[in-house]
Design a binder for this molecule. Structure first.
Ligand code: NDP
Length: 450
């Protein structure tokens, strides 16, 4: 369709080296073809042009002092994409690989994901090329304070509400929030993922992982299958991976893999969750520590990975949960999963599968939950945290978990029904993208040319 190819041309011309952003835009706009053909109002109102160019991109320098007294300088940004249905909302990523293309792919995805949650949240994302690994608590605190010295003027409880992502967990949110409060003298729900004593929500820590498993359950229910007793593979070993494993184990499934940036673990007897939490949440160590403590665990360092493969996806499984990072599952990996009988892929990470891997899953008609639907549990409970902050009323774990579960069911049903409506039964990529797009695009049209 000409409109779609023109949009891809525009994105590549305006942002030539932002490859991850091109990939995310392509994945969305190509699946929108049925709705763009049916309703000409979207092209007439230049909706795609207004979605792929963010409302604003704020780039800034962060200057801080390390433990040796040396001045360090990092780059940082906040990209506010779209606020048609609510305040900009999306995480902050601290990782040396962070660049504008990565932040923009994440922010673009966030627009549609947030629209799917049924809550009032727009899309945004931010971060820095700061590497938290190996830094002392004091260094992390000074970096976060310096980061907030600039960010605070752009955010607010009804304007833009950041949260965590890779490299930004409870500790970082604490330092960021403290500095915001100090600078503005305001106590408000300006960040989510806060600790319980100062405005956090129960279930936020667990939300993305639990939600991703709830989504898998919904997909499998359609095919009269479940997870009980089934072997599952999980990548990553951070927040999303840990709570995916926790929920899988609660349901009687057997997760057998985890990975980090240095290697992977295959533990035939099932992942030891307490040990994993100790290694990753408390010691912040490499997974080699896990292998040293557990005999049944086989550790493969990244230097031993075969070219162009992620060995996690070559372990036979019934269901796979990519929960580390973008493009960690390629066509080779997708083929290996399918050959080994995998029936379900539910994405905890953002854009973990390459476009050709996604096509392979769709072609094979397995249950495939794209990240923007399957991992929306995190931002959903962030939305519930904002609701609790606004009403100054904390909710119980059971109530919040029930709300999360209901939201994941609603997201599945919305994506599934929308796919049917547009002639793509069972294709949740088309369903999720169109459902999210329609809500945002119609809101933009209602509000005029802005
Ligand atoms: P964490 O920082 O808690 O964990 C990230 C994990 O992925 C770590 O185990 C890390 O290894 C590993 N990892 C990071 N980069 C690579 C890489 N290049 N190769 C292999 N492993 C890597 O982040 P989260 O768990 O929060 O986030 C994971 C994914 O989920 C991201 O894509 C994020 O955008 C997405 N997501 C997160 C949400 C949340 O609520 N946290 C919500 C929705 C999506 P190491 O320990 O060595 O650093």
């Amino acid at each position: 369709m000409e409109y779609i190819s023109n949009i891809m041309k525009l994105v590549k011309e305006k942002y030539p080296i932002q490859h991850e952003f091109h990939q995310a835009v392509r994945e969305v706009v190509e699946s929108l073809e049925p709705i763009l053909k049916k309703y000409k109002k979207y092209e007439a109102n230049a909706i795609l042009e207004r979605l792929v160019i963010p409302d604003r991109e704020i780039y800034f320098r962060v200057t801080w002092v390390d433990d040796k007294g040396k001045i360090q300088v990092n780059r940082a940004c906040r990209v506010e994409f779209n606020s048609a249905i609510g305040p900009y909302k999306g995480g902050l990523r601290f990782h040396p690989s962070v660049n504008p293309g990565i932040i923009k792919f994440l922010g673009f995805e966030q627009i549609f994901k947030n629209a799917l949650t049924t809550l009032a949240m727009g899309g945004g994302k931010g971060g820095s090329d700061f590497d938290p690994k190996g830094k002392s608590d004091g260094e992390i605190m000074r970096f976060c304070q310096a980061f907030m010295n600039e960010l605070y003027r752009h955010i607010g409880a009804n304007t833009d509400v950041p949260a965590g992502d890779i490299g930004v967990g409870g500790r970082e949110i604490g330092y960021l929030y403290g500095q915001y409060r100090k600078l503005t003298n305001r106590v408000e729900g300006v960040l989510t993922g806060k600790a319980l004593n100062w405005g956090g929500s129960l279930v936020r820590t667990e939300a993305t992982g639990y939600g991703c498993v709830y989504f898998a359950q919904e997909m499998l229910k359609e095919k009269k299958e479940d997870l009980e007793g089934k072997i599952c593979t999980v990548s990553g070993s951070g927040n999303v991976a840990i709570y995916t494993i926790e929920k899988l184990q609660q349901l009687g499934a057997i997760p057998v893999t985890i990975s980090d940036s240095k290697g992977m673990i295959y533990d035939k007897s099932g992942i030891d969750l307490a040990l994993l939490k100790e290694v990753k949440e408390i010691k912040r160590a490499s997974l080699e520590e896990y292998a040293k403590a557990k005999k049944s665990a086989k550790y493969t360092p990244i230097s031993k990975y075969k070219k162009d493969t992620n060995p996690v996806w070559h372990i036979p499984c019934f269901a796979a949960f990519p929960s580390a990072t973008q493009n960690e599952l390629n066509l080779n990996d997708a083929k290996a999963l399918l050959q080994n009988g995998c029936k379900c892929v539910s994405e905890g990470a953002n854009m973990p599968s390459t476009i050709d891997a996604v096509h392979e899953f769709i072609k094979a008609k397995i249950c495939y939950g794209p990240g923007k639907a399957a991992n929306a549990g995190g931002v959903s409970v962030s939305g519930l945290e904002m609701a609790q902050n606004a009403s100054m009323t904390p909710w119980t774990f059971e109530y919040t978990d029930k709300r999360l579960h209901q939201i994941m069911e609603d997201i599945f049903n919305n994506a599934n029904e929308t796919a049917k409506e547009f002639g793509a039964k069972g294709n949740l990529v088309v369903g999720a993208n169109i459902a999210g797009f329609r809500k945002v695009a119609d809101s933009m049209i209602d509000q005029g040319v802005l």
